[in-house]
Design a protein around this ligand. Structure first.
Ligand code: NAP
Length: 255
């Protein structure tokens, strides 16, 4: 078995085919977890498992890492994933990382209802559906666990062109706090991470001029590497953070 701070645990990571989700699979597996990489893009999730994870520990009784196609905004797709985990692993996941997310930026006065709904459906409702499904399984099995929801600094401060995105990410923080209060007695911890700017495909779409403007406000004067937030996520997943719940943790270079 791979030794590490989450050794022998089963983890589900959404948005695992790219950026922060992929880096999270990498660090969780390095720290001994068996990882289920779930993404809308199955090929990308499979690539994460093949090229970014440390070989899983089959000696703890769990099957190895796996990749799964998942649309977090679709409750049927989430239930299918839950069923697959039940059949394949015969144990509930006790680490859940909600990293799937999208942007559909536009000025408030120009934003379509469709773009508003799309962002809320993936970022907020998607995190809700996944959190609800896997928390239920933990409660039924009477197992402690850790759920980490990826919000954003934008959920706290807002941003031009991101009324839909900021609303979704503020919702994630509030939902995290409510879930932490409900699930605390079962020793299921729920925390939110508020990343600043990280080098991922999502941020590749932001114009260079905007990035340079943001970097002037970052005391550490650079963008983050996805592995730097993945380390914090893995700490929250582990028992090293056993007295932290309901928190909204900034990981942003001081922005
Ligand atoms: P990313 O590189 O774009 O990765 C997001 C992943 O989620 C992609 O693989 C995407 O698949 C997948 N996805 C999209 N819709 C989905 C759905 N309905 N069901 C399942 N998977 C879906 O983005 P990232 O930068 O890693 O962001 C990860 C999380 O961190 C997001 O929640 C984001 O809002 C948050 N965040 C990121 C930053 C940053 O600087 N990067 C800052 C603050 C917060 P497709 O590529 O096929 O769409």
């Amino acid at each position: 078995m791979v030794a590490g701070i989450v050794a022998g645990r089963l983890a589900v990571v959404t948005g695992a085919g790219s950026g922060i989700g992929r880096a999270t699979c990498q660090v969780l597996s390095r720290e001994g977890a068996t990882v289920i990489a779930a993404d809308k893009n199955y090929e990308a999730a499979l690539e994460t498992i093949k090229t970014h994870t440390v070989l899983s520990s089959q000696s703890n009784g769990l099957a190895g890492h796996s990749a799964v196609e998942l649309d977090v905004s679709d409750s049927k797709s989430v239930q299918k994933l839950l069923e697959k985990v039940r059949k394949q692993y015969k144990a509930p996941a006790t680490i859940v990382v909600n990293s799937a997310g999208i942007t559909r930026d536009n000025w408030l006065t120009k934003m379509s209802e469709e773009d508003y709904d799309a962002v809320l459906n993936v970022n907020l409702k998607g995190s809700f559906l996944v959190m609800q499904a896997f928390a239920r399984a933990m409660v039924i099995a009477s197992l402690p666990g850790s759920i980490i929801n990826i919000s954003s600094i934008i959920g706290k401060h807002g941003n031009k062109g991101q009324t839909n995105y900021s609303a979704s990410k503020a919702g994630v923080i509030a939902m995290t706090r409510s879930a932490a209060i409900e699930l605390g007695k079962m020793n299921i911890r729920v925390n939110a991470i508020l990343p600043g700017y990280f080098k991922t495909p999502m941020v590749d779409t932001v114009p260079e001029k905007v990035i340079q403007g943001v970097l002037k406000m970052v005391p550490l004067a650079r963008m983050g590497d996805p592995l730097e937030v993945a380390e914090v996520i893995t700490f929250l997943a582990s028992d090293k953070s056993s007295f932290i719940t309901g928190a909204a943790i900034d990981v942003n270079g001081g922005l």
